[in-house]
Design a protein around this ligand. Structure first.
Ligand code: ATP
Ligand code: MG
Ligand code: FE
Length: 350
């Protein structure tokens, strides 16, 4: 199968062409990501109106480039996939409407992909990961532990009660005067910092349900920063290292808990899948590698550039759905809010 995928839910304008073989393996033929980081940087976060305008301006060219560098013609595609949500609604409308127009003009089926499902399934593009698996989704807007038993079959085990982890990285960075986007900036600063200098909280540590709470950690960083202000570069590095150390501990504890819950429910996960932008963080990848091994499974995580938003993940999720006969009507609506549990699919765990 050959699919074109379009991603416009946040501040990346992206398009890709992906092939999926009958044995479930996949190849990325092209993957063009145009980040709007520079447009939003002066504001310290994504400005929705600027984002949708930027998508309108560049999406045509991004799709053209993805097609050209893939060497595949539009007529050869089996279907057109686009992220139909969740995300900033202006951007979602731009991407989904463009995909509908292409599908209509080229007489191709449309697959409306949930952006979170795309993050979740990307590990199956880069690695052979059978169902069921445990998904840790840690992105800019979401933090969840999910038992995945098939394409579109998502059983939430726990989630955040307040901030998402990516959001905690972004807010911490902003608070400490680091550039947007915060995750990579905090990770860089943490490399030069002392993680033991500040004693920060690990909320919900040891609790039997794999939920998260991040707002107390964020507040603790703020209070420490105020206490020692004005901050030197070393102070910032030490705060980042201590913050990232707390995040790593929290993730390890909550994933151990989720692995336990999954076993209690009689499911044996083929892997721990790490997905979403925070999955690009090397310290997070390192600790979860160990947690998975200790828990009798293994870590499956895409390369960092496929953890953050991209078109290949949309094309791939579209291909996984299309392979099961799941396509969408051209009347399908864009959705700002679209929880994973509301995605429909096909049960595949044995
Ligand atoms: P969602 O997928 O929930 O709709 P999103 O699409 O904005 O949100 P992603 O692109 O998946 O989120 O991830 C972006 C988030 O990942 C940001 O919060 C960013 O700070 C964080 N992030 C990116 N790289 C790193 C890193 N190296 N370390 C920690 N966090 C990171
Ligand atoms: Mg982004
Ligand atoms: Fe995302």
């Amino acid at each position: 199968l050959l699919l074109l995928g379009i991603e416009t839910t946040c501040d990346e304008t992206a398009a890709a062409v992906v092939r999926r073989r009958a044995d479930g393996s996949g190849t990325i033929l092209s993957n063009i990501v145009l980040s709007q980081t520079a447009d939003h940087a002066p504001y310290g976060g994504v400005v929705p109106e600027i984002a949708s305008r930027a998508h309108v301006e560049v999406l045509d060219r991004v799709i053209e480039r993805a097609l050209r560098s893939s060497g595949v013609k539009l007529v050869e595609m089996d279907a057109i996939a686009a992220a139909a949500g969740p995300g900033l609604i202006g951007g979602v409308i731009v991407g989904l409407t463009t995909a509908k127009a292409i599908a209509l003009a080229a007489r191709k089926p449309l697959v409306a992909v949930n952006h979170l499902e795309a993050h979740a399934l990307t590990a199956r593009l880069t690695d052979a990961v059978p169902f069921p698996f445990l998904l840790l989704l840690v992105s800019g807007g979401h933090t969840q532990l999910v038992a995945v038993t098939g394409v579109g079959e998502y059983h939430k085990l726990g989630g955040t009660m307040d901030d998402a982890i990516g959001e905690a990285f972004d807010k911490t960075a902003k608070m400490l005067g680091l550039p947007y986007p915060g995750g990579p900036a905090v990770e860089r600063a943490a490399l030069r910092g002392d993680a033991s200098r500040f004693a920060l909280p690990r909320p919900l540590h040891g609790k039997p349900v794999p939920d998260f709470s991040l707002s107390g950690l964020k507040t603790a960083v703020r209070l420490e920063a105020l206490r020692i202000a004005p901050l030197t570069d070393q102070d910032v590095n030490d705060l980042c290292a201590s913050f990232q150390g707390a995040i790593v501990d929290i993730l390890a504890d909550r994933v151990r808990c989720a692995l336990r819950v999954m076993r209690e429910r009689g499911m044996k996960p083929s892997a721990l899948v790490l997905a979403g932008g925070v999955g690009a963080n090397q310290a997070v990848r390192r600790v979860l590698h160990k947690v998975a091994a200790d828990g009798g499974t293994r870590l499956a995580v895409p390369p960092p550039e496929l953890c953050t938003d991209n078109g290949a993940m949309i094309a791939w999720a579209g291909a996984e759905r299309f392979a099961l006969g799941l396509t969408d009507d051209l009347a399908v609506s864009p959705r700002a809010r679209w929880p994973l549990e509301e995605v429909t699919g096909v049960e595949m765990a044995d």
